[in-house]
Design a protein around this ligand. Sequence first.
Ligand code: NDP
Length: 448
Amino acid sequence: MNDLDPALQRVFQTVLDRNPGEAEFHQAVREVLESLNAVVARHPEYVDGSIIERLCEPERQLMFRVPWTDDQGNIHINRGFRVEFNSALGPFKGGLRFHPTVNLGIVKFLGFEQIFKNALTGLPIGGGKGGSDFDPKGRSDAEVMRFCQSLMTELYRHIGEYTDVPAGDIGVGGREIGYLFGQYKRITNRYESGVLTGKGLSYGGSQVRTEATGYGTVIFAREMLATRNQALSGRRVIVSGSGNVAIYAAQKAQQLGAHVVACSDSGGYVVDEDGIDVDLLRQVKDVERGRVADYAARRPKAVHHEGGSVWDVPCEIALPCATQNELDGDAARTLVGNGLLALAEGANMPSTPEAVQVFQEAGILFAPGKAANAGGVATSALEMQQNASRDSWHFDHTEKRLDQIMVDVHQRCAEAADTYGQPGNYVAGANISSFMQVADAMLAHGVI
Ligand code: NDP
């Protein structure tokens, strides 16, 4: 952990005092503040304008009761959240997560990260995040629908295409977005397509949105490798997770000629030396709502490891695509020892601060999630653009836009890192470039 400039240390202490017990939020803020040491020395106006303090305090935080009835008639009470963090660049924008671990601190860490990620895309979107401690696993479609309807019955009054535009995240995919959109439309009597992204293609969704986060992560890895005249082709790759981001990261890596040999879920991991069969994985996870163990049972050479760590599998490229803090210092040392060249975070903050330090000290190309996984929200912004113009683009056109956006995100990070004397440090580059953009807009808007 690096020391903070005294002005930044004061901000951090305020964050700790005001947000007790929110460890992930503290971690996310600390990482950004460490990168800003170099910025405040050159730009005292950001400190004088209390920009950094304001950035660390959400514009609005909502918590509400979500009652729903299961198929047996039992009543359940979950908690819903929406943190509208920063709207300097555009309407609040960020996903909804349904997972039993969701609490206010998790939503705040994700919302805070989202501000910077969204700025990096170069598109006009602010940062927000939400969700619930509801666990969709094992629930019937009818139960998930009733839950989504109940959540939206409160959430609808806070969102809108010019206000706040939610999307999916862990536990929230096409099925959930469909139910949420249906209820929003019913309550408001408005066909407001741009109020949610990640919609189905039949009712205002965008081509490539489903694939975008995973694809974008691999494109970012491709760009990093190119700075060292290396490529993905022929490289041994592992992804963690087996959800939306993991599946499409694996697919894009394969399209670029890589050999993807492992993936995981919270129960364990699979090594498939024949290469992960993405179509089968998608069938098992998306259609049958099964586990990676079910995938392994259908593949001749695949081996399922109950528990354990997917990071023990030797690889040259690692793509963590599951959840926060899934990769610690020991896992990082194992990866480095096994010959890791590059790591791009498909998930949000999957590497602990110690792991990041291990990668950086070993000279590994390391892409933080807020840069590497920005393709998802960028394509959400393209979905909003299509909704606003009542248009619908082809797959190839949309994928080209995504590719160019990721090339630009990479470029912004690399240039900011160079300008502030930390060449090759994508963490510093991502934080500095995005901070400056948001900070300048906040200064222009006055004290609000
Ligand atoms: P999904 O729900 O589709 O998949 C999540 C995957 O991660 C599952 O395989 C799940 O396994 C695993 N996982 C979740 N929690 C844990 C845990 N505590 N321990 C181990 N494994 C876990 O989510 P997404 O693929 O959409 O999201 C994955 C990550 O990517 C998240 O960090 C999310 O914030 C980030 N992200 C997603 C974007 C998107 O467009 N979807 C955009 C940008 C970032 P299991 O089924 O066993 O729980």
